[in-house]
Design a protein around this ligand. Structure first.
Ligand code: HEC
Length: 374
């Protein structure tokens, strides 16, 4: 990427400020500068995607404005209030918001289950009870923690670009009541009595709508119910899902048993399996050629997040590459890996070599050095 100096840029922009509408002005600035890191289509690069379902710093108008104006210290996202006047920051915010569609600004509140016993789920019920927790979720969909036991109330904005008929698809058990712009569009419970269970098609104009999801799981466990908003004959959005917060970069370290991980690592074939052994030896096994293509000791993996629509980046192996005899043996032989067994600090790996079963052992030799025996 080309290096640039914000001060120089702001100087250039101040020379030529055309009289565009807000959004167009935002688009012009985006295409001159922001695309370098966030991608021409806003789908990410060095910086995160600005159209996926995860917003680290919030997805409300104010939150996005703040992200642009203040930046994030210690990252490549500088405070653009030092570069642009407020008007331009607002245009940028309008431009980014205009690219969003579906659920936004998700607020999740939880309530004790008991209070709702025998009562039909309805937004009015929540006026006279305290929530046990309330959280703005960084994702554009709802989820609860594992072993959650209670009633979920989700409130959000639905941002619709293409007007028309919509419907909800609901999977899973429990009681669910869903409201759009103050009208109930879905109600179901496990007994599904005909007089109360219903599922309506509804009309949405382009613009912002209020969405409310009330849900009680039948038993305490992570939410297994799924809600999907579907435009008839059109695209759809998942309104519930699993938290992506755990998907921020993390380190995979060796554990008590061998771990098999598939990650995209620079310089390795795309279908490489990584075997992270309990003794911190990491073997990269290419299942297509049947070869161990590389080995490391004292290894761990720096994993990048793998969000569905977020830019995919390579993960990184940290460790010391295996040298000498181990390297020669590993790289010269064609294996079919069968299984692994842990014996103390060593790991026995069962393989087929040219069709003949053979196993080899990776054991510590003292210090950070490992021995491979067949
Ligand atoms: C040099 C690279 C770079 C440039 C140029 C850049 N950004 Fe960023 N941007 C980042 C990075 C990295 C982050 C993540 C910061 C963090 O972790 O909080 C980010 C974060 C953001 C976020 C918050 C995303 C979230 O998930 O909450 C927004 C909004 C954003 N940038 C908008 C812009 C706009 C608008 C511009 C142009 C004025 C711009 N960026 C220019 C690198 C860049």
């Amino acid at each position: 990427m080309q290096a640039f100096k914000p001060s120089l840029l702001s100087f250039l922009f101040s020379l030529s400020t055309p009289a565009f509408s807000e959004i167009e002005r935002g688009e012009v600035i985006y295409k001159q500068l922001c695309f370098n890191c966030h991608g021409v289509n806003l789908d990410g690069g060095i910086g995160p995607s600005l159209i996926d379902s995860y917003w680290k710093n919030g997805d409300s108008y104010d939150a996005i404005y703040r992200s642009i104006a203040k930046g994030t210290t210690g990252t490549e996202m500088i405070a653009y209030e030092l570069v642009y006047p407020e008007k331009d920051l607002r245009s940028l915010t309008d431009f980014i918001i205009g690219k969003q569609e579906g659920n936004r600004e998700t607020l999740r509140s939880t309530y004790p289950r008991d209070y709702f016993k025998g009562k039909r789920l309805h937004p009015d019920l929540f006026d006279s009870i305290e929530s046990t927790s309330q959280k703005k979720l960084p994702e554009n969909f709802y989820y609860v923690e594992r072993m959650f036991d209670g009633v979920l109330r989700g409130q959000s904005k639905l941002f619709i670009k293409s007007p028309g008929k919509y419907r909800l698809n609901i999977n899973g058990k429990g009681r669910t009541s869903i409201w759009v712009n103050g009208k109930e569009v879905h109600y179901s419970n496990d007994k599904k009595p005909k007089d109360t269970h219903f599922d309506k098609e509804f009309e949405l104009s382009s613009g912002t709508h209020d969405l409310e999801i009330l849900h009680e799981e039948p038993t305490a466990h992570s939410m297994r119910f799924g809600v999907r908003l579907q435009k008839l004959n059109g695209r759809h959005w998942m309104l519930t899902g699993k938290s992506l917060e755990g998907s921020v970069p993390k380190v995979v370290r060796s554990g008590e048993s061998a771990k098999v991980i598939r990650k995209w690592i620079e310089g390795l074939p795309p279908r490489t399996l990584l075997l992270l052994l309990p003794n911190k030896v990491l073997l990269a096994y290419d299942s297509t050629s049947g070869k161990i293509v590389k080995g490391w000791e004292s290894a761990f993996i720096n994993q990048t997040p793998s969000l569905d629509s977020r830019s995919q980046k390579q993960s990184e192996v940290k460790g010391k590459e295996l040298q000498g005899i181990a390297k020669t043996i590993l790289e010269g032989t064609r294996f079919n890996l069968l299984h692994y067994e842990t014996e103390g600090d060593s790991v026995k790996i069962a393989t087929l070599v040219d069709g003949t079963p053979k196993s080899f052992r990776v054991s510590p030799e003292g210090g950070n050095s490992y021995k491979l025996t067949f």
